[in-house]
Design a protein around this ligand. Sequence first.
Ligand SMILES: Nc1ncnc2c1ncn2[C@@H]1O[C@H](COP(=O)(O)OP(=O)(O)OP(=O)(O)O)[C@@H](O)[C@H]1O
Length: 210
Amino acid sequence: MSFDVALTLKRGERRMDYAFVAGAGLTALFGPSGAGKTSLLDAVAGLLRPAEGRIAVAGATLFDSAARIDLRPEKRRCGYVFQDLRLFPHRSVRRNLEFGRREGSTLDWDHTLDLLGIAGLLDRMPATLSGGEAQRVAIGRALLSAPEFLLMDEPLASVDVARREDILRLIERIRDELRLPILYVSHDRAEVERLAQTIVPVAGPGIDAA
Ligand SMILES: Nc1ncnc2c1ncn2[C@@H]1O[C@H](COP(=O)(O)OP(=O)(O)OP(=O)(O)O)[C@@H](O)[C@H]1O
């Protein structure tokens, strides 16, 4: 199993329940705005503590309330591509990529730059990048941390229509060549149907309340 999740998150007054298992490849969390997709990625990354439940990725238990397991974020070995990218604005692309870099990555530095087509951007500052370029740098930073799996939150959100296809193909290559399990958030059905081996509908708290 790539992802084996059964848990409850509480945010304010809201309670969100998730339960799914997924095999190899890309698993898409699909649902409307506010349904709780980003909250789940944060929980898998170890940035948001579940009220209860269990999270296992590729056979490793990251969180299990019953067994009192709660690995620290840096022990979870995930590459997280945030929805807002979170590149460091005062650091060059090179220094952004070096941050969190870890030896043992499936791809070395040169191959990563090559795969992403970002070798020519190393001396640029994030504010000077287009949406698509910034997205590729954020994906590069995640890959260079030698992750065991990837979390990607709406990676096409800040990419203009003309560059969408490039990023879609890139994500397909990461999925097929690196074979990392990917948990991917989107609210676009066509995108999800193209990319995902497993689709997990996230209905959100509105359904619970009904
Ligand atoms: N820091 C927070 N404190 C309290 N409630 C929060 C917090 N962040 C999110 N929420 C609530 O949790 C619920 C799920 O939010 P979340 O961001 O996970 O949804 P989402 O499906 O990722 O939405 P979107 O597609 O708009 O990013 C929402 O009702 C939201 O208002």
